[in-house]
Ligand binder design. Sequence first.
Ligand code: NAD
Length: 494
Amino acid sequence: MPSEVHPYPFTGRQLPCLVGGEFVRQGRTFENINPVNGAAVCTVTEADDALVERAVQAARAALRGPWARLSMPERCALLRKVAQCIEQRFAEFVSAEIADTGKTLQQASSLDIPRGAANFRAYADFALARGSECFEMGTPDGRGALNYSVHKPVGVVAIIAPWNLPFLLMTWKVAPALACGNAVVAKPSEETPSSAALLAEVMQEAGVPPGVFNLVHGFGAGSTGEALVRHPDVNAIAFTGESATGAAIMRSAADSVKALSFELGGKNAAVVFADADFETAVSGTMRSVFSNCGQVCLCSERVYVERPIFERFVEALSARARALKIGGPYEGADLGPLISRAHREKVLSYYRLAREEHGEIVCGGGVPAFGDERDRGAFIEPTIVRGLAEGSRCVKEEIFGPVCHVAPFDSEEQAVQLANDTRYGLAAAVWTSNLQRAHRVARQLEVGIAWVNDWYLRDLRTPFGGVKLSGIGREGGAHSLGFFSEPMNICVKL
Ligand code: NAD
């Protein structure tokens, strides 16, 4: 183990929930499994209905406590303190994220954890920079009136996060929710509880008042997640995860008419024109297909390539995919494992389906053999498929693994039509050196985010989210602040 690697911070401990400023270990537990070798990482306290109830009431009480009296600059100063505390325990966060996900040291330390800290600083900046509306109006008596708006917290916010970028996506919601003065009950994925457990410690260290940030661990349907999203005293839900889960949460939240922000699944297209810089397009597509073992909602699972360069492109892409090094987080590998054996089974079922649907597996398609403990992990081969019909399930359904289907196109119109022929609408990547085409095509894509000649280049002020099955609402900058606050108009007769 290289010297800078921190040992897993919770070895031999049961991960607690955090409720009203108190760490709670009680009742039922579940195991957190390392997908590198199938070993148990730790046990986790599963919050039952009663603990969820306590967490929600602690959050509600916090809204009436000292937290409510902090000014916006004071809240933002606290967020900066949280960022600083994360950075002080950076190596622990990296090791916690890696133990849960098996992702590479390179990714955890250059993306997941730094972005977690950056989210708190960014939303402190955005909240401080936010102004409000003011409208002067005339009145019959000639004295006039002044309308101005103030941003109030929404109240108790439930935050439900997925396992693919656990810390990045959890903090992406917690930071703006707190910046806007809300109290939070957060639930990380049952697959990835550790970085959230560290965040709970950091909240205490930074001096966030009790009850402002509560953490409950557990599963979704029939467990902690469902109890939380059903709870009548939760005012809003910010959720990232699968589209089907979003639909289930919507049903649970319907009775109490909660505000919803949903970042859901994708079946994203990459569109490569023959005039693109070939090398840039190949390496960009490698990143967009295989990053985080294909487990990023923005990953391209459909790659459309203009026919004159199609064969050459597929050859280059598959040569690069075959050369990817698969391995554990500390081995300098390009590709770690999938999140779990269960998820691997799902992805493998699509590899099998691709064959049944008469696709040709250009590379990969199976499971690597290591001859050591990694054979008990959730590793899988990066896979490229060609020759599937556009209507086949592998081209239509989100797989969420290191796999793409490559298909040729003959015209710009056809490329746009193919890219848009999906029930999802999260992201797309367009590769071209023709400036006019870049703008023309990008705008026609039915997605929330289109990248031209890059992928996953993020400015945190920009709107982030999807259309169709990929979500409701936008996150990022003013968009997140908008969701996490209630604008109120005050009309003053002059
Ligand atoms: P998931 O939907 O299975 O689980 C996400 C979270 O929801 C977990 O914490 C889970 O416990 C909880 N949950 C499940 N059922 C619930 C219910 N009925 N009520 C309340 N909570 C419930 O998603 P996942 O497998 O963790 O993550 C992968 C999915 O997330 C993919 O579909 C991916 O595309 C999507 N995703 C989207 C974005 C985005 O920004 N659009 C980002 C990352 C991941």
